[in-house]
Ligand binder design. Structure first.
Ligand SMILES: [Zn+2]
Ligand SMILES: [Zn+2]
Length: 228
């Protein structure tokens, strides 16, 4: 589903858990948070995403880079399967590498099943990521920990769109009770995100996007009042 000139959104609509995926089609085509391969309801999340991408005219062949806001299986498990179909680099914050390993052990103890872990090819830090030779197409990378230590948010200035992962949702915030989680740190991240100027689309990792500056400002006010 096309949201802006270059940003496409794929909100998860199934019964079980999966994240929302996004695609940025600028000078490079970037898939953000490909989600689960299959979830706890045995819904084929990756198949659903690939079909939705195809409707908008994209195949895996078009993808230049995958970004994950963080390493939880509902955001990045499908990166394992995508890398088997097409060699494409996966980028995340470096703090997600040990966190991913820690969480895999945690899930294994709970469910007796170890999630598939993707290889992280590139480590991202807070700052600007230039996408094309012309230098006009950029992503502002923000380090927004709290839900996980290496959680990132991505701001696309040309499209005024902010992908927030599991830091900020529509009327809520990400959980902080996983290993390495911190509500206090998440509060600082929410403050950092609320300071990003010119946001017309807030694109969360779960639930519906928030559209329009006034609604987005209101959303920050609401969650700050409720949780911090
Ligand atoms: Zn998460
Ligand atoms: Zn999530």
């Amino acid at each position: 589903m096309q949201l802006t000139e270059r940003v496409f959104g794929y909100p998860w609509r199934g019964r079980g858990n999966n994240c929302n995926s996004y695609l940025y089609a600028g000078e490079k085509v970037i898939l953000i948070d490909p989600g689960h391969i299959q979830n706890e309801f045995r819904e084929n999340c990756l198949e659903v995403l690939l079909q939705a991408l195809a409707k908008d005219g994209f195949t895996l062949e078009n993808i230049d880079l995958m970004l994950c806001t963080h390493s939880h299986p509902d955001h990045c498990e499908a990166a394992v399967a995508i890398k088997e179909k097409k060699p494409v680099n996966l980028a995340m914050h470096k703090d997600e590498e040990p966190h991913m390993e820690l969480l895999a052990r945690f899930f294994e103890q709970m469910t007796a099943k170890r999630p598939a872990l993707p290889r992280i090819d590139l480590f991202l830090q807070e700052g600007e990521l230039e996408l094309g030779a012309a230098g006009e197409d950029k992503i502002q990378v923000l380090h927004t920990p709290g839900h996980s230590p290496g959680s990132l948010s991505f701001y696309f200035p040309r499209d005024k769109a902010l992908v927030t992962g599991d830091a900020v949702f529509n009327g809520s915030i990400g959980r902080t009770d996983f290993p390495d989680g911190s509500l206090e740190t998440l509060g600082e991240s929410v403050r950092k995100l609320s300071a990003v100027k010119e946001v017309e689309w807030l694109l969360p990792g779960h639930m519906q996007p928030v559209k329009g500056q006034a609604a987005i400002e209101n959303n920050y006010r609401l969650i700050t009042h409720m949780f911090f």
